[in-house]
Design a protein around this ligand. Structure first.
Ligand code: S3P
Ligand code: PEP
Length: 445
């Protein structure tokens, strides 16, 4: 069921002692979206274990079904996707509703933009405010027509050219969604698409393209930029995909364990791809007692178990270059920083302004409501931690799951309870968050 923005569900977090146990978090969101998309393009039946069954990902499944893919789930929770072949999607007869999901909307725009039919996209109040020009501009260069309200925001309709023109595109901001949109469009049209990525971002699209049997050229130029070349209309072959635990979801129990005394948690089977591990690197630099156990390869990705115990943290400077590898983790890092001695400086945060909310502003407001000293700049945040008297505030989530989970985490370590105005939005990425955290000893309610 879609999240209903008119029905807010407030929730409070109270000071907790000792989060303990062995746990798993739901499957990685980025890999789950892509498994459904590549499964829908491949010949044969793709089998997906551990798919994240959150609102964001279910909306992508519905979109792939609307393009003609056959999708079902068996009694053991395994998902099966029978694909149509690259360049062969069918015109959807319904409006595609992506709810809260930037990834779903932007990746599927790449698919649809390469097909000579009309596809209409809509989303919730948050997604309808997020910029789509970053994907619509490269699609326009390929000949895709766009019809919608001003400012390139949802709802909008796109119609691919016949034939579409492959392009060479330099991604102007650090965005795996933009990279993936262009590659998915290129895969579905004749000719060679070249993508230049100045700053490396999560590489799941590249790994899965190759995993489904496509050839993808990759080299680094003198400027250190990655150049990807992709021949369109390559046939993909269905695969078995095992989705590892999402490090962006594991971030919440990890930080909760660090800031609550007496904690000792083992989180199993977490994705450890190094385009995703910036938060773990940063927390270890802050003095976090975090170790990686049983590191291994699974389906082309590095995974492992993360052991975390309560720790005394100290403030650090997080360099701007690290931002792409922890872009969704700054809200919860700000929470860890609230409990660290001294200042934590986070730089290069401009992309946070265009997430589900303006996350820089939402974090700053949440810190202010809970008495945590901080300074918000255009693209940086400085948090001064270590005060014993924080908490007591109510935080506006602005339809942003990460704001909700981050400030509930703050409340587990703070002197006074912390309330978020809406916990229902958490289902967009982490269904079961409240039960899972409560089972470890978190005092939520
Ligand atoms: O490609 C992806 O799966 C994602 C890319 C990131 O967005 P940007 O591409 O906007 O940085 C991230 O914030 C999002 O949660 C998932
Ligand atoms: C930014 C996020 O997701 P999306 O862009 O897919 O909405 C997120 O999950 O933190």
């Amino acid at each position: 069921m879609a999240h209903d923005a008119t029905q807010l569900s407030p929730l409070s977090a109270h000071k907790s002692q000792g989060l303990k146990g062995r746990m798993r978090v739901p499957g990685d969101k980025s890999i789950s979206h892509r498994a459904l998309i590549f499964g829908g393009l491949a010949r044969g039946i793709t089998k997906i274990s551990g798919l994240l069954e959150s609102e964001d990902v279910i909306n992508t499944a519905k979109a792939m079904a609307a393009f003609g893919a056959q999708i079902h789930k068996d009694n053991d929770g395994i998902w099966f996707v029978e694909g149509l072949g690259t360049g062969s999607l069918l015109e959807p007869s319904t409006v595609l509703d992506f709810g809260n999901s930037g990834t779903g909307a932007r990746l599927v725009m790449g698919l649809a933009g390469a097909h000579a039919f009309s596809t209409t996209f809509m989303g919730d109040g948050s997604l309808s405010g997020r910029p789509m020009a970053r994907v619509l501009n490269p699609l326009r260069e390929m000949g895709t027509q766009v019809l919608g309200r001003s400012g390139d925001r949802l709802p909008l309709t796109i119609h691919g050219a016949d034939p579409a023109t492959p392009i060479t595109y330099r991604v102007p901001m650090a965005s795996a969604q933009v990279k993936s949109c262009v590659l998915l469009a290129g895969l579905n049209m004749a000719g060679t698409t070249t993508l230049i990525e100045p700053v490396k971002t999560r590489d799941h699209t590249e790994r899965m393209l190759r995993g489904f049997g496509a050839e993808l050229g990759e080299e680094i130029n003198e400027a250190g930029e990655t150049i990807l070349t992709l021949q369109g209309l390559q046939e993909l072959t269905a695969q078995d995909v095992i989705v590892p635990g999402d490090p962006s979801s594991a971030a919440f129990p990890i930080v909760a364990a660090l800031i609550t005394p007496g904690s000792d948690l083992l989180i199993e089977d977490i994705l450890l791809n190094d385009t995703r591990t910036g938060l773990i690197t940063t927390l270890i630099e802050m003095g976090g007692d975090i170790t990686i156990e049983n590191e291994r390869n699974s389906g082309g990705e590095r995974i492992g178990n993360v052991r975390v115990r309560s720790s005394r943290l100290k403030g650090v400077t997080v360099p701007a270059e690290r931002a792409p590898s922890m872009i969704d983790e700054y809200p919860v890092l700000s929470v860890a920083a609230s409990f660290a001695s001294g200042e934590t400086r986070m730089e290069g945060l401009e992309e946070l302004r265009v997430k589900e909310s303006d996350r820089l502003a939402a974090v700053a407001a949440g810190l202010a409501a809970n008495g945590v000293p901080h300074e918000e700049g255009n693209d940086y945040l400085i948090v001064t931690g270590g005060s014993n008297h924080i908490g007591g505030g109510t935080v506006a989530t602005h339809l942003d799951h990460r704001i909700a989970m981050s400030f509930l985490t703050l409340g587990l370590g703070a002197e006074k309870p912390v309330t978020v105005d809406d916990a229902a939005i958490i289902n967009t990425s982490f269904p079961g968050f409240v039960d899972l955290m409560s089972g470890l000893g978190a005092n939520l309610g």
